[in-house]
Design a protein around this ligand. Sequence first.
Ligand code: GDP
Ligand code: MG
Length: 163
Amino acid sequence: MKPIIAIVGRPNVGKSTLFNRLVGRRKAMVDDMPGVTRDRNYAEVNRFDIPFILVDTGGFEPETSDRLLQQMREQSRFAMDEADLILFVMDARGGLTPADRDVVDMLRRINKPVFYIINKVDGEKQEAEAGDFYSLGVDHIHTISAEHNRGVGDLMDEVLAAL
Ligand code: GDP
Ligand code: MG
């Protein structure tokens, strides 16, 4: 059985962009409209000869914060049940939100490797903005730009080592 890696996070943080970056083609739909991924999207990936299944979790576009939380909890439950490793993606531009905190509280209790990732750190300037996220108190935060392929290689080296 190939290990399963699930990408989880709020709409519009760049989950599908990261998915496509890792899959190497535009398989998941990326859009400026949040929540465009309607369903889960699976791909088989081989990275440095290590095979794994990558899952992009999407969902509906939540109109309220309650619905957002409901969707994120559902994504996270799926990931906790089905995945061997979880990539939890947050957004440097959007900042740290209560929904992020809620899901982090959920994920930190599970007994699987979880990588906490801040996307849209396109350059040095955004590195400073990412400082907020350290208040989550998680061991390590990875800053990346899925769109500009910044930090993704280093992140994946650590992810593959944790499988
Ligand atoms: P999802 O809803 O989490 O799957 O997010 P998407 O992958 O659809 O991306 C949402 C928006 O964020 C799109 O407009 C992307 O082009 C943009 N985006 C994704 N990654 C980055 C990044 O690293 N930097 C910047 N500046 N924008 C990004
Ligand atoms: Mg998406």
